[in-house]
Design a binder for this molecule. Structure first.
Ligand code: PMP
Length: 409
């Protein structure tokens, strides 16, 4: 991964332009061949959704008339108290600092709206989760891309930019099982970045959407410390319980609770109470006992399956490509980020073949980078969570055929 620092923040619209193809890359219609198996997904496969737990929790709620009537009434902007207390306990904060959102993306939008003025600077990892640019777009921010090294954001590069006059209001980071690379930011690097944030008054927005999905054996690193007034945690139930629930949370520093809560109340009042009540029962919040072992047990079940799927896809590409692939981070989460060792493969041509002839797809690494969109950097991001193993195997074999085709040279 590059460690060079770029001298100027990048213009958001050109960054978005470079990503025009990305929504197509994520969409179901990237390849229209019948029986297509695209390796794009960012959601749990049907066999890993906690169906029994959801059914059980929903039945429990609907059987309890008083609870159901309560769930069908208006509620508080920050969310229902039992679930907020469960979150607060896990996060080690006062429940007053917890705000339940309609998922991580919603939490990020609220933060961007609360923290940013038009044209402000925003520091982001390079590569990063590019859909945040959509929720940032209306603020027309200037982007400060920060290279990653083996431990996370290059803290020296950030400090150098700040000393040279850059004034980002916030730093957006995915510290665990990073999308797209899988990188886990080291504890020491987190400490350094908090130090920099405190010295320069910049808010760290820690989007930990994949928390809890560490592969068996992966050492957990504590999230950015909430005793700092400049740290926000963004979390979601999407990746463990299902993205259709649209439920997540923010942990805010006390000074941000009022502004973000008001913003939220003025937008949509609060998250769906029946959904909060179902999730409350699954995780075992309030007076409820957890279903299926609760959130951590469900997450571990998925993470174990994802580790196997990761290894399956890795093995197929490693063995099938004459020079193999370089996988830097096998840590957790739902993506495999691979760099092809054979620089002679034309990735764009291979992707086109994958889509039009072999009925599969993958996202090219360049879509996650803020630099030159014509530089494909030889990497690919493969989604490994959304298909059961047999289908995933077939998808990876099809991709291998596209990558090894003479037409991709
Ligand atoms: N942050 C990151 C890093 C993600 O990868 C995703 C989902 N792809 C989200 C946020 C969005 O999560 P949610 O479904 O909770 O809005």
């Amino acid at each position: 991964m590059t460690t060079t620092t770029r001298s100027a923040p990048h213009d958001l619209l050109s960054a978005l332009g470079a990503r025009e193809d990305l929504s197509r890359g994520f969409g179901k219609a990237s390849t229209s061949l019948p029986g297509a198996i695209p390796l794009l997904g960012g959601a749990p496969s049907a066999d890993l959704l906690p169906l029994a737990e959801i059914r059980d929790a929903a039945a429990d709620l609907t059987a309890d008339t008083e609870a159901l009537v309560g769930a069908l009434q208006y509620s508080l902007p920050r969310g229902i108290s039992g679930l907020r207390r469960w979150i607060a306990e896990r996060e080690g904060v006062d429940p007053e600092r917890v705000l339940i959102t309609n998922g991580a993306f919603h939490g990020l939008s609220l933060l961007f709206d609360a923290l940013l003025e038009q044209g402000d600077e925003v520091a982001v990892e390079d590569p990063t989760y590019p859909l945040i640019f959509r929720s940032l777009q209306h603020k027309q921010p200037r982007l400060l891309p920060l290279p990653l090294d083996a431990e996370g954001i290059d803290a020296g590069a950030l400090e150098a930019q700040l000393n040279a006059g850059a004034r980002p209001k916030l730093l957006y980071t995915v510290p665990d099982f990073h999308n797209p690379t899988g990188l886990v930011t080291s504890a020491w690097r987190r400490e350094q970045l908090v130090g920099i944030a405190e010295r320069h008054g910049l808010v760290i927005v820690s989007d930990n959407a994949y928390a809890g999905l560490g592969f068996p054996g992966t050492q957990e690193v504590a999230d950015y410390p909430l005793d700092s007034d400049l740290v926000v945690h963004v979390r979601t139930f999407s990746k463990v319980l299902g993205p259709g629930l649209r439920l997540g949370w923010l942990v805010l520093p006390p000074w941000l609770v009022g502004p973000v809560t008001r913003l939220r109340a003025n937008q949509d009042q609060h998250s769906s109470v029946p959904i909060q009540a179902i999730v409350e029962r699954i995780v075992g919040a309030g007076e409820h006992s957890p279903r299926g072992g609760g959130f951590d047990a469900i997450a571990q079940r998925s993470a174990t399956a994802y580790a196997e799927r990761f290894d399956l896809v890795h093995g197929i590409l490693e063995e099938g490509l004459p020079d193999g692939i370089e996988v830097t981070h096998r840590t957790g989460g739902i993506f495999l980020w691979a760099r092809l060792r054979d620089a002679g493969i034309d990735l764009r041509a291979a992707q086109e073949l994958a889509r039009t002839r072999y009925g599969t797809d993958a996202v090219l690494g360049r879509f996650f980078h803020l630099g030159d969109p014509t530089d494909d950097r030889g990497s690919l991001r493969l989604g490994i969570s959304h298909l059961p193993p047999e289908q995933l195997r077939r998808g990876a074999e099809r991709l291998l055929e596209a990558l090894t085709s003479p037409e991709a040279r």
